[in-house]
Write a protein that binds this ligand. Structure first.
Ligand code: SAM
Length: 252
């Protein structure tokens, strides 16, 4: 899988790729990342890629011809991008579902802007627009890294333990269950007994119930789309009753 990132600040992106699991995935050839400087397409000696907005107002707008030159360059790569993503707060929200979809692509091109973003005609050049959340950053570099990291961890071999992403929050449609490690006691807070029991069946049951409880308490909206068994539904009913009686809180 390949990513090509276009940015005015390659130096913000590349250091992040040189550490931890992302660096290992690149080293092992699971993913290739090419970071390119948008300023090469400025077409002037000053390297300016922005201009004042038509109609006036604050801020500067990045030129559409700069974006077009980047997209054209990427189109000549082998393989050419099967997805050209504009990072923008106005895009569709990045979700685990979208990450899974992007993980099926061979080459994802990521266009990251600065200032007030690109001239709106950039929309005609991209296959989708993606936002990492309802807040505004100074540039698209962190959003591009979020996309690359979230997608890379789905590539077989990128994580030490292949099981771990299957049980992550959202992968099953629910939030992840709470995890504990040593010490068993910490400042009066104990690890739930069942996790120390060595009984795998009971541990699995407890984890499912806690994932349901957490999701019900923190992100009930996820339950509408989550694939739930009859047992899950009965458990949720019990949790809702406990909640109504004020007793369904999460473990301390
Ligand atoms: N004026 C723009 C608006 O309100 O939508 C904000 C531009 S922002 C200062 C500059 C650039 O940062 C954006 O064009 C985009 O590339 C990136 N960016 C900022 N927040 C983002 C977010 N939540 N998701 C994706 N990209 C974002």
């Amino acid at each position: 899988m390949r990513f090509t990132v276009y940015t005015l600040f390659p130096g913000l992106v590349t250091p992040y790729l040189q550490e931890a699991l992302l660096a290992r995935a690149i080293r092992e050839g699971l993913v290739e990342v090419v970071v390119r400087d948008l300023r090469r397409f400025a077409g002037n000696r000053t390297g300016r890629v922005d201009d004042a907005p038509y109609g006036g107002g604050a801020g500067m707008v990045m030129r559409v011809d700069v974006a077009a030159a980047a997209v054209d360059e990427a189109a000549a790569d082998d393989p050419p991008p099967d997805e050209v993503v504009l990072l923008t707060p106005a895009g569709e929200r990045l979700t685990q579902g979208l990450v899974e979809e992007l993980a099926t692509r061979r080459h994802v091109c990521l266009l990251s802007a600065r200032y007030e973003g690109f001239d709106a005609r950039v929309e005609s050049l991209v296959t989708r627009e993606v936002s990492i959340g309802d807040f505004v950053l100074m540039g698209g570099e962190l959003p591009a890294l979020c996309v690359m990291e979230a997608v890379t961890r789905l590539i077989p071999g990128a994580l030490g333990d292949e099981e771990s992403h299957r049980q992550d929050s959202f992968a099953s449609g629910l939030l992840d269950y709470p995890e504990y490690t040593r010490p068993a006691g910490f400042r009066g807070l104990a690890v739930p007994d069942v996790l120390l029991s060595g009984h795998h069946g009971m541990v699995a049951k407890w984890r499912r119930r806690e994932a349901l409880r957490r999701t019900l308490l923190r992100r009930p909206d996820l339950l509408e789309a989550a694939p739930l068994s009859d047992e899950d539904r009965s458990e949720l009913e019990r949790l809702r009753l406990e909640l109504a009686a004020g007793a369904a809180n999460e473990p301390d």
